[in-house]
Design a protein around this ligand. Structure first.
Ligand SMILES: [Zn+2]
Length: 565
């Protein structure tokens, strides 16, 4: 054994320490020096590294893991989402009505009540609240229920319709925009393309600069409390970067943060303008130089989503009232493709930036992988870890191409839990064959990282989207979705080791941090967590409720459940 020259500052003994090294080694003791892991092994070997100042901590049999990694979230947006008032979890239409009622009690009569980010397909009833229900909850306030600005429909109450002049005689841009009672012709309250008729400001952020900094600092603490020590903002903007840089300058980032910068690829923009943006981001990357904060790449949107019925699919979506799909041949939205897409991938490679595209549907994934393949023939990009974001429906032949070209994926396991029941209703079991084919990806040697896409509310289990990594791990081991009594593609369940890889070593690789974090090995940062159960031995269903007892970043305690009680 080679004995390090320096002494340990802190030694952990009597643990079940899952190192996540390539051999999945489990040890009982670990030594930290400064911000880094000094050594791992047994008690005798670690105590040999002690000097008189070393702090020795008895783990008392508890499990220690490397700090967990979330490959995809939106900290700036999420951090201020409850700034005005706490927003409850809304699982049913009744919950939505209760929330509207509570807003009506505090807002002056006549003021608009907006209900956002409640994704209709995730409500128990999987329908919009009706005009009558919203009237009942808030008769004297105009109410609009609009999951996001570009969602297919919004639901309005009577006062909102009256304010907008939407009545029996109202002439809409297209007749289908305003749903009407077939016998009376009276608007039902459901409005398609609502931004044609309502000035929808989107989510409004009422915070000032210092409040934003404080909000993100607070959120990083919440991330630490569920075991996250490295995270990625997959849609950073100049505004959020300013906040993150401020926190880094104050030494107040308690989770490592890797940024993917959003590209503005609006159809009206010339591709040369976007290429110039990419070059400028390549330079910005050089300027952000902090061990806790870096800019690693660019993100684009290629298609829509599964909860809005806009993911770009190989087969038609099929008519749907919930998704407001009237055209039987509709396959979803493709917003970036072909030569334009290839140009942007090439420009990112030239700027030394990772490229990722938001791709949910199988047709969008096929198109982005095709574009990577076309670029790879002339420009090497494997070292930049070309990525698919979301990658929900991956056709089999594409998995082979991903393996061949080194394409990695950032996947949201919680969607398997939350969205399968709705997709099973819209389609069938057969069509869900390729929904998050995690086992096939692992078997093919494709690197997949686990992420949440957290962007609204702060509760780790009920936020949109839930960011509790143990919920994410658990569903990959089980694949039994909410409100469904059987597994979706049981042959795609992962092993416990693989589930852990999603949130440790694989996340580290996606974010170019595999030399720093993801496993507890000598020389890596001492980012680690202690949890309240043995997730390798416990009942499968207990894993989702795992609680983090302590979280360390750079060898320092940043969260202690004991001190919170
Ligand atoms: Zn996202």
């Amino acid at each position: 054994m080679c004995v390090p020259a320096s002494a340990a500052d802190r030694i952990f003994l009597n643990g079940r320490i899952v190192t996540m090294d390539p051999n999945f080694t489990i040890v009982s003791a670990l030594a930290v020096e400064g911000a880094r892991v000094l050594a791992t092994g047994d008690a005798a070997a670690m105590l040999a590294l002690a000097d008189t100042d070393s702090v020795v901590e008895d783990l008392d049999g508890q499990m220690m893991l490397p700090g967990l990694i979330d490959s995809h979230l939106h900290p700036d947006q999420a951090s201020v989402s409850e700034f005005d008032h706490p927003i409850p979890a809304m699982l049913t239409v009744t919950d939505v009505m209760d929330y509207v009622r509570s807003r009506a009690q505090v807002l002056p009569e006549g003021e608009w009540i907006w209900v956002r980010t409640v994704l209709t397909p995730r409500l128990r009833e999987r329908r919009y609240p009706t005009r009558a229900e919203l009237d009942q909850a808030a008769p004297r306030h105009p109410v609009i229920f609009a999951p996001y600005i570009y969602y297919p429909k919004a639901s309005l109450n009577s006062l909102a319709l009256e304010r907008l002049g939407i009545d029996r005689e109202f002439e809409s841009e297209t007749p289908a925009d305003i749903e009407r009672d077939p016998t009376t012709g009276e608007p039902t309250g459901l409005v398609r393309n609502h931004t044609r008729y309502v000035d929808d400001p989107g989510e409004v952020d009422r915070t000032n600069d210092s409040e934003r900094v404080e909000a993100v600092r607070n959120l990083m603490g919440i991330y630490n409390s569920v075991g996250l020590t490295t995270v990625s903002d997959r849609k950073a903007t100049p505004i959020s970067i300013k906040v993150y840089e401020e926190l880094a300058a104050q030494d107040a980032l308690t989770a490592r943060l890797s940024l993917m910068h959003l590209l503005d690829t609006s159809p009206g923009r010339d591709v040369e303008e976007i290429v110039a943006d990419i070059l400028a981001l390549g330079q910005l990357r050089e300027q952000i130089n902090h061990p806790m904060l870096d800019l690693i790449g660019v993100k684009t949107f290629i298609d829509g989503g599964i909860t809005s019925g806009t993911a770009y699919m190989l087969e038609p979506w099929g008519e749907s009232d919930r998704f407001a799909i009237l055209d039987p041949l509709y396959r979803g939205n493709l917003v970036l493709s072909g030569d334009r897409l290839e140009r942007l991938i090439r420009a990112s490679a030239n700027a030394g930036l990772q490229f990722t595209g938001h791709v949910v549907g199988d047709a969008a994934i096929t198109e982005l992988v095709r574009a990577y393949g076309a670029v790879i023939r002339e420009t090497p990009i494997r070292h930049l870890r070309p990525s698919l974001t979301h990658a929900n429906f991956i056709p089999e032949q594409v998995i082979g191409q991903m393996a061949e070209w080194g394409i990695v994926a950032d996947i949201q396991p919680a969607w398997l839990y939350l969205d399968s029941n709705n997709l099973l209703d819209q389609w069938d079991e057969n069509r869900l064959r390729h929904f998050q084919p995690l086992k096939s990806l692992f078997d093919a040697g494709v690197l997949v990282a686990g992420g949440s896409d957290h962007w609204h509310r702060l509760d780790s289990h009920s936020a949109t989207n839930p960011f509790n990594p143990f919920l994410g791990m658990w569903i990959t081991l089980k694949r039994v979705p909410r409100y469904v009594d059987r597994a979706v593609n049981e042959d795609q369940v992962l092993t416990r080791e693989q589930a852990l890889r999603l949130y440790t070593t694989n996340g580290a690789y996606l974010l170019f941090r595999e030399e720093q974090v993801g496993s507890l090995e000598p020389g890596k940062y001492a980012d680690m967590i202690v949890v309240d159960r043995d997730i390798l031995e416990s009942n499968l269903d207990d894993i989702r409720d795992t609680r983090v007892l302590r979280t360390y970043v750079n060898g320092e305690l940043v969260y202690d459940a004991g001190s919170e009680q």
